[in-house]
Design a protein around this ligand. Structure first.
Ligand code: AMP
Length: 286
């Protein structure tokens, strides 16, 4: 595996691979790798002849300087895990390589950036995400890019951006990888206190309870959410949001019809966690 720090060198190695006929797979990340990241890399490895992973903690998507400072970083460990997952190139640029002093452009996917994470973190958050992902796509020029369902709103925004801006990239969304107790894997999990780590699986349990209610035939959104609120109350968690929304627009729903997205965010101690699951309304005969 090669580690590159400049766009020029990255372009050189990717060009050589493309000339050699390889399909280029790309996994953008902010590092502190866990099984969620490694699963994306292995999926890319299985589908593509040449796999690039980027490791860049993007300051433009952090609304909270403390969160940016605390974000876990361990490039040496990440490099060895990425190599084990079959990555060919780890692109780990400096902040100034990505955002030179004269940088002024941004990409905004309007409607989808507004609700949920947009309300809590501000619309700048997804402007930062869309801008860096479009820059990374231009740097790597991948055929396939792999994202996690764990960040459902981000995945939807990237898909919309690629569609709206005619980017020649196929976006693949891979299922959320969880700990055995249900907690969605996240780089932030290592920052949880012992008590926070013990409480955190209640987020997933609340989502699963709502999904079970929907699968058992509940079509009223408030009634379905009540099943999850009981779990959260028992764990002493007050979520920032806990909603059933449209899988395409993220608009809140009143009734469950077809496939829906159940989303949650909560801060445990100082650590903010998000999670979601898809659920499909039960219909007779299905
Ligand atoms: P991050 O480093 O947190 O920006 O995440 C990089 C990529 O990994 C994003 O596409 C995330 O959605 C994805 N990812 C993060 N956690 C998980 C997980 N538990 N399961 C699957 N994908 C994940």
């Amino acid at each position: 595996m090669i580690i590159t720090r400049t766009v020029a060198e990255l372009r050189r190695v990717v060009r050589d691979a493309r000339v050699g006929g390889a399909r280029i797979g790309f996994v953008p990340t902010m590092g502190a790798f866990h099984e969620g990241h490694l699963t994306l890399m292995r999926t890319a490895r299985a589908r593509c002849g040449f796999v690039v992973t980027s490791l860049f903690v993007n300051p433009a998507q952090f609304n909270d300087a403390g969160d940016l400072d605390r974000y876990p970083r361990d490039e040496e460990r990440d490099a060895s895990l990425a190599e084990g997952a079959g990555v060919d190139v780890l692109f780990a640029p400096s902040v100034s390589e990505v955002y030179p002093d004269d940088f002024t452009t941004s990409v905004e996917v309007r409607d989808l950036s507004v609700p949920l994470e947009g309300i809590v973190r501000g619309t700048e958050h997804f402007r930062g995400v869309a801008t860096v992902v479009s820059k990374l796509f231009n740097m790597v020029q991948p055929d396939d890019a792999f994202f996690g369902q764990k960040d459902a709103q981000q995945a939807l925004i990237v898909r919309r951006m690629v569609h709206d801006l005619d980017m020649p990239v196929h976006v693949e969304i891979c299922p959320t990888v969880r700990e055995p107790d249900g907690l969605a894997m996240s780089s932030r999990n290592v920052l949880l206190t012992e008590g926070g780590r013990a409480t955190a699986p209640a987020l997933a349990r609340a989502l699963f309870a709502v999904r079970a209610a929907i699968q058992a035939g509940e079509t009223d959104v408030q009634a379905a959410l009540r099943a999850g609120r009981t779990v959260l109350d028992d764990a002493g968690i007050t979520p920032e949001y806990f909603e059933i929304v449209s899988t395409s627009t993220l608009a809140p729903l009143e009734r469950v019809d077809g496939e829906v997205l159940i989303v949650i965010a909560a801060t445990l101690g100082r650590i903010r966690l998000i999670d979601n699951v898809l659920a499909h309304a039960h219909r007779d005969g299905e």
